[in-house]
Design a protein around this ligand. Structure first.
Ligand SMILES: Nc1nc2c(ncn2[C@@H]2O[C@H](COP(=O)(O)OP(=O)(O)OP(=O)(O)O)[C@@H](O)[C@H]2O)c(=O)[nH]1
Ligand SMILES: [Mg+2]
Length: 401
């Protein structure tokens, strides 16, 4: 296998050494939309996390996607030649492909062609550990599959409808597959509903105890789990991977200044173009954020794309009905900021959708700024609790650790 890279790209660790992992070519199409990732860095991270080796990256500009191949046929030939030259096993697009485009591309390239959405689904499937997480991923995959099946074969149905409406073997198979998938979706939903009911019971118990709940939210890889571990001295899995965390972990955190415990939850990260089926399937997990009393919105300040990442997180928060939950912005990875980008004040406020949101800079890795965050939390918790009715302000007797 040969390893080489395009001139504009940096060599990532996955591109440095031969490996037995399947090699992929990354393709990004710049349609002139904001947030186009020139270096395909995020797609490369997703691919590496999913267990691929990135062999090369190709980007091109188009005014609109080609209906048949997404890219032009000349570009498609170029990608194919590159893939064959590298002995790649698969081609991954940064943009979502329609079922027809995917099918045509696979035929053109003679190898599997997938998109970012499928990659995210695959990572979720690999990562899911808990019973609930597995069920959620299963549901998302079934839903994805059902739309592909229906659309992939819609032309066959039209054909069979034309032949005297008798149907044919193709149609029977489609109907069968559809029914099986439909049944599987129904069964998975029922099992998930049961888990959700249990979760709701737990949440109601917490509410009855008057526990103040804080949820860590943020773009994937921002450092939520690292901050969680630093704050509650836990050992949640933190890694330089996208979606290291899928399951929610909750711990009690004692805030000495206000003399009470709060419950802190670490949860799944957000990402641009989070597949809808996943948002749907992970509704229960994401609901943690909606029901929280306060959100710690963790941002990787060292990532040049962090302004777009903040917007994306805000978008998902709106989608799950968590837009009105008070926030604190935590600009993490202070230690990784170049001197020129160091903030003048470690604490200030930032304008976010017309609201002034408290912001603090810190490093979950070195611990710098953690005390500042504890003070800030104590102040916010005290003022939010003061707004509630007196019966709810009782500190839980059994939650301190
Ligand atoms: N330099 C630096 N790296 C950090 C800091 N905090 C976290 N990291 C690194 O960033 C990477 C991601 O950290 P995680 O805590 O797993 O991030 P996360 O937001 O929980 O990510 P997901 O669960 O994948 O969504 C890891 O490699 C951490 O070591 C920090 O303050 N400074
Ligand atoms: Mg995490």
């Amino acid at each position: 296998m040969r390893y080489h890279r395009s001139k504009t790209q940096q060599l990532t660790s996955s591109e440095t050494a031969p490996s037995t992992l399947p090699g992929v070519i990354l393709v990004g199409v710049d349609l002139g939309l904001p947030h186009f990732d020139d270096d395909l860095e995020e797609l490369a991270q997703l691919a590496t996390t999913a267990g691929y080796v990135v062999l090369d990256r190709v980007t091109c500009k188009r005014r609109a996607p080609d209906a048949a191949l997404y890219v032009g046929s000349g570009k498609a030939d170029e990608i194919k030649a590159l893939a064959l030259g590298h002995s790649a096993k698969e081609i991954l697009f940064d943009q979502a492909l329609s079922p027809a485009q995917q099918r045509n591309l696979e035929r053109h390239m003679g190898m599997p062609v997938n998109d970012r959405i499928l990659l995210i689904l695959e990572i979720f499937a690999q990562r899911a550990r808990s019973h609930e997480g597995k069920l959620q991923v299963e549901l998302a995959r079934l839903q994805y599959l059902s739309t592909r099946l229906v659309r992939r074969w819609s032309h066959l149905e039209r054909q069979s409808g034309g032949i005297g409406m008798r149907g044919g073997p193709g149609e029977t198979q489609i109907e069968l597959d559809r029914r099986m998938i439909g049944d599987a979706i129904k069964r998975t939903r029922e099992r998930l509903d049961k888990v959700k009911r249990q979760r709701n019971t737990q949440r109601r118990q917490r509410e009855r105890r008057g526990a103040f709940t804080i949820s860590l939210v943020g773009y994937t890889n921002a450092g939520k789990s690292s901050l969680f571990n630093a704050l509650v001295k836990a050992r949640a899995y933190a890694a330089d991977q996208l979606f290291a965390t899928l399951d929610t972990t909750t711990r009690q955190m004692y805030l000495g200044e206000v003399g009470r415990s709060v419950s802190l939850s670490d949860t799944v990260g957000f990402i641009r173009d989070l597949p809808h089926t996943l948002v749907d399937a992970f509704a229960a997990t994401l609901q943690e954020a909606r029901d929280a009393d306060l959100l710690l919105h963790v941002v990787d300040a060292s990532n040049p794309a962090h302004p777009e990442q903040i917007q994306e997180v805000q978008r998902v928060l709106r989608e799950i009905g968590a837009a009105d939950v008070p926030q604190i912005l935590v600009f993490n990875k202070l230690d990784a900021l170049p001197d020129a980008q160091l903030p003048r004040d470690m604490e200030d406020c930032m304008e976010l959708e017309g609201q002034s949101v408290p912001r603090i800079f810190l490093s979950a890795r070195t611990g710098q700024g953690l005390d500042g965050l504890r003070h800030l939390l104590a102040r916010r918790v005290a003022s939010l609790v003061a707004d509630e009715s007196p019966s709810e302000t009782q500190a839980p007797a059994d939650s301190a650790q």
